[in-house]
Structure formats: C-alpha cells, structure tokens
Design a protein around this ligand. Sequence first.
Ligand code: MG
Length: 379
Amino acid sequence: MKIIQVETFVLSNQLKEAFSFSQWSYSERRICIVKITTDTGVCGWGEGYGPADVIKAGIELVKPVLMNQNPLENETLWFHMYRKTLDFARRGVLAASISAVDVALWDLKGKILDLPVSVLMGGQHRKKVVPYATGLYFSEGNNLKAKLVEEAKLYVKQGFKAIKMKVGLSIAEDIELVKAVREAIGNDIKLMVDSNHAYALREATELSRAIEPYNIGWFEEPVSPEYYHQYRELRTKTTIPIAGGECEYLRYGFQTLLENDCVDILQVDICGAGGLSEAKRIATLANTRGVEIIPHVWGSGIAFHAALHFIANIEPLPGRLHPPEIYIEYDRTENKIRETLTQPSIEMKNGFINIPQRSGLGIEVNEDVVRDFSTKILV
Ligand code: MG
C-alpha cells in the first residue's frame, strides 16, 4: 500500500459579525485541511492550526517525502518531514504543516486497520470528556458587559460546566467584566480567563491578584510566550493556575516551557505543535514533571476530533480510582465550516462529549462542503 495523492484545501468563510481579542479582530474563518489518498482508495484527513495559505505551502514542501510511501509508517514519515523543514523553521508554521499531514496519516491508519485513532495510539483512558465553552470575545458597541453576561448565561443553559472568557482590554475593564460574568453564572461553573499575551509581568500580576476572589480556573497566556522567566515569576505571585502553550511547537519548545516551570496547565495544539505523534511525545514530557495537559483546540471538526482522541489517550494524572476529568476546548464562536464540514456533528450530552469509537478519527468529511468553501487564492 502506498500514498498516491496529497491534496490541500484552504477553506474560507466570511463571518456575519466580526469579533476581537486582545491582539486583533476576526472577520473570516480560514482553515487549511489536507486529504491523503492511498492506491487502495482509502483516504485520511488532517488540519493545520495557523495561517492557512502558509500551511498549504508547507504541505507542498513536504509532499515529496510522502509520495509512494507506506502510510502505516506514519512516525517514520513524521521524522522525514521534520528533517525536510528543520533547517528553515525549527518552530512555527511548518510544524503546523507537519501536524496536518500527521493527523491525516493517523486517520488513514485507523481506517486501514479499522481502529479508532486513540486505540491505535495505545488505548483510551476515558470514554468521555468535559467540554468547556470558549467564547466571550470582545465586540463593537457600548454594551459589551451586558452582551457577555447574556452569552455566559446561554452557555450555562446549554449545559456547559466550564467557560473561558477573554481578557486583555485593560486591567480595569477586565476586572469589571470578570466580576460581571462570575456573578451571572454563579459559583458552580468553572471560569477561566485568556489574555492572549496582552500584558507585561507587572500588569499580569496586578490583574491576577484582582481577580483571585472570582475563583478563576486558570489564567491563560498572561504574558508574552517569549518570556519564559515572566511565566515562572507570575506563578509565584498569584494563586490562580497559569496556562499556556498554544504558541509553542514541537517537543523541544515544550521542553523549554516545562524546564522553566512556566505553567500549571500545558495547552498543546495538536494541529500546530507537531500532530498527534508529537503531542503524544509532549504529553510524556509533561507527565515526567506532573504537569496537566488541556489541549488548545481551534478550527474544524477534524481538529476537534484529533483532540478528542489525544485526550482519550492521555494517562490520568494522578492515577486513582476516580481520576480527574480532562477538559476539551470547544470554540463556540461563529464557524460555518466547523458546523458543516464533518459528520457526525459534535454532540454534548449531560455536560460530556463521548470519545468516538469508529475507525480513524471517527468522522466523514463532506466533500461538497470542501468544494463550497474552497478558495482559489494562490499563495
Ligand atoms: Mg488561548
């Protein structure tokens, strides 16, 4: 059996309403996905996290490494893709290109062997996970606080047990918004905040201390991902757990975060950091230091299902009769591609999402949707 085709697609959808976070605004969802097909007609799908057009170019770069090769030797192929890109981009977007291919190869392997990806990875430590709602972004207008309160209440009504909101407007505004959301959802719902590295250490410290009374589950990306020492220092200054890692790549980048005691919660993005193969290695590194992993998830149902299988396979930390639940990030912002690209659709029941038990990632990709959202823009 050999790989005979590697096709990339950049999917684009203009949003009805733009939304913002501390760094910039989104008015479009733009996603790069890849389809890998064998000479026996089986295909696997993957997705990259990051600038879609550049990820597409990166996949074209590694394509010669994949053609005519045995898809079952996916970790060997991972190594050759890494070697092909190492001299030009030791971190960053080419790792997302490798990630997309790696996820597609795991999907393909699962379909060929008729096993769910998480079983292929070594087994399922859990059959269901707790999704947390990612939303509560900033928007235009004067009534942001009222809008956020309404949105947070909607998530509670929908059955979410945990919600993440954006901070990073200004310390004073952040405090006011966090207080309002906490009061609206009550004390039984877990509430996390994410500044997308908006703050200097002094500011992040001030904000952390001010929102400690609101029982914050974690403070995500409080400072710049470049400043490992600031992450470490902030952890000594607040009781709020510190989370980060969505801007980090490969085992080598995560080793730096871990060696510097930067985070309580490591947020590897499977479709950016090196795929399922590399995320498993990163999970092993985190385990050696007793650091919890809750992956960063963004994009379509392909990325979401890759994360479900990864989470299923993470060892409980610590092991015990009733081990702690692992959360999965579930983006609730407008995304037509996420809603329509894959089947079955993502379903939450009693506050949980089940780990898929079908072969591969456990999803079918609707190729009509791929065609409808595909762009013709050249890189
Ligand atoms: Mg984040």
